[in-house]
Design a protein around this ligand. Structure first.
Ligand code: S3P
Ligand code: PEP
Length: 450
């Protein structure tokens, strides 16, 4: 799908979609019980759907309800005591059977990096497949650590990726600067398989709030994760996450997937460019690191107002900012778009892991915004946006990357001339209703076939 955006400011109120990061975690945990768990989740996406399909292939049954999802855990048996997930795990021979299952992770890095340890925890034999850039996104050292702890995996870098064996507990070493999803996946696996597991995470530890989200999700299922800060023999600091052998317990009531700060970042940055815009459904006490968008907007000089029921952002004269991305990597696209409209040089630092996403996002951000008239450059770890208070508009590709399509759209609404965005359907990965919300906020859009 190609869309043509005419310059026209956005205004009004929009509700946040559900956090796909939290949806993955709660769905995986609910699916690993012997019970039925209701999860309130106001929206879905291709990535959430990929996780659901993998969990169904592993034996869970997940149906869409008016409020979200009803999950019947993979160890559910009508006669079983709902609380006794551990016994179900041990007794259910089909859970450790050797008949391979095929798990399609779509383009979702989270799904792949969570499913590998989860499948290993279940002792299942599986072939994981996926699309787009997923096969070549890094798996090291999760891959080697799984191999060192009882699993066999086929060669990495291509699909299908076979995994078999049963994950054993022990100590796992993960550097903190490749993907926090390795740590989250292992913690989920420990909760599911009642393992004693320790993860030593070396510094720098980036995207750490995503691990906090995992710990919060596990806590909702009664699993506690201890976290300590320690020093090795050379005096180097590291973080140790430890999980004892614990059994998943069932939440007493239905769970709720909170609003998504990462997707909200696009609308909140747009609000700093023109008319005030309000967002509902976002929690200020969320563990999502991307709630730091409000601090980033303040650094640009935008006006932000927080109330119990909504967040409002309004424009003021924008100034450039220097912002480290290490804990807010998914906010790079909207922040880069916003910086084009400030006068002066914005630096988005600690950006190197952007190269490991659905596209090489340092390349896709700079190319896309350049094609819309931006003065932008990069080196290995920083994006420099030399803002001139305007963009011209133009014609751009999305690199099959949802966050690039959404970045181009908000930038286009405030550019001087129309912008054609090619391949805009990729927003489905995280935010299928993005263009509906854009139109609801007053955006001018035409769809155009090739
Ligand atoms: O755990 C998660 O839900 C995510 C972790 C982050 O990835 P990395 O830790 O690989 O940077 C983030 O970019 C991704 O969109 C979602
Ligand atoms: C990188 C992302 O997700 P994932 O790693 O799950 O593919 C994203 O949503 O921007």
């Amino acid at each position: 799908m190609n869309v043509v955006i005419q310059p026209h400011g956005l205004q009004g109120t929009v509700s946040a979609i559900a956090s796909k990061s939290m949806a993955h975690r709660l769905l995986i945990l609910a699916a690993s019980t012997s019970a039925i768990v209701d999860i309130n989740c106001s929206s879905t996406s291709d990535d959430i759907q990929a996780t659901i399909e993998c969990l169904e292939a592993l034996g869970a049954c997940i149906t869409r309800t008016t409020l979200g999802y009803r999950v019947r855990g993979m160890f559910f048996a009508s006669q079983s005591s709902l609380a006794d997930t551990k016994a179900a795990f041990t007794d259910n021979s089909s859970a450790t059977g050797d008949t391979p299952v095929i798990l399609n992770c779509g383009e979702s890095g989270s799904t792949l990096r969570f499913m590998l340890p989860v499948v290993a925890a279940l002792g299942k034999h599986a072939y994981l497949v996926g699309q787009g850039r997923l096969a070549t996104r890094p798996l090291e050292p999760l891959y080697s650590e799984l191999c060192a702890h009882g699993c066999f995996l086929s060669e990495q870098g291509a699909f299908p990726l076979e995994i078999k064996g049963k994950l054993s507990g022990g100590v796992f070493h993960i550097p903190g600067n490749v993907s926090s999803q390795y740590i989250s996946g292992l913690l989920l696996a420990a909760g599911i398989a009642h393992l004693h597991l320790e993860i030593i995470v070396s510094k720098p530890f980036e995207s750490k709030s995503y691990v906090k989200m995992t710990i919060d999700a596990l806590q909702q299922f009664g699993i506690n994760v201890a976290q300590t800060q320690e020093y090795d023999d050379q005096g180097q600091e590291f973080i140790r996450f430890s999980v004892d052998e614990q059994t998943l317990s069932l939440p007493r009531q239905s769970l709720t997937v909170e609003g998504d700060w990462s997707g909200a970042g696009f609308w909140l940055c747009a609000a700093a460019l023109g008319n005030p815009l309000r967002m509902s459904g976002l929690s200020l006490t969320s563990s999502q690191g991307d709630k730091a968008i409000l601090a980033c907007l303040a650094a640009f000089g935008a006006r932000t107002q927080k109330t119990a029921s909504y967040i409002e952002v309004g424009s003021k004269a924008l100034r450039p900012a220097t912002l480290p991305l290490d804990d807010i990597v998914d906010l790079a696209p909207p922040l880069a778009a916003l910086a084009c409209f400030a006068n002066g040089t914005t630096k988005l630092t600690h950006a190197s892991r952007l190269r490991l996403k659905e596209s090489d996002r340092i390349l896709s951000i700079t190319t896309t915004l350049q094609n819309m008239g931006a003065d932008i450059s990069s080196d290995a770890d920083t994006i420099y946006i030399h803002g001139h208070g305007m963009l011209t508009g133009g014609e751009v590709e999305c690199f099959r990357d949802h966050r690039i399509a959404m970045m181009a759209t908000i930038a286009a609404a405030y550019a001087q001339h129309p912008t054609t965005i090619r391949g805009a359907e990729c927003v489905r990965k995280s935010y299928p209703t993005f263009f509906e919300d854009f139109v609801h906020l007053g955006g001018y859009l035409e769809t155009k076939d090739d």
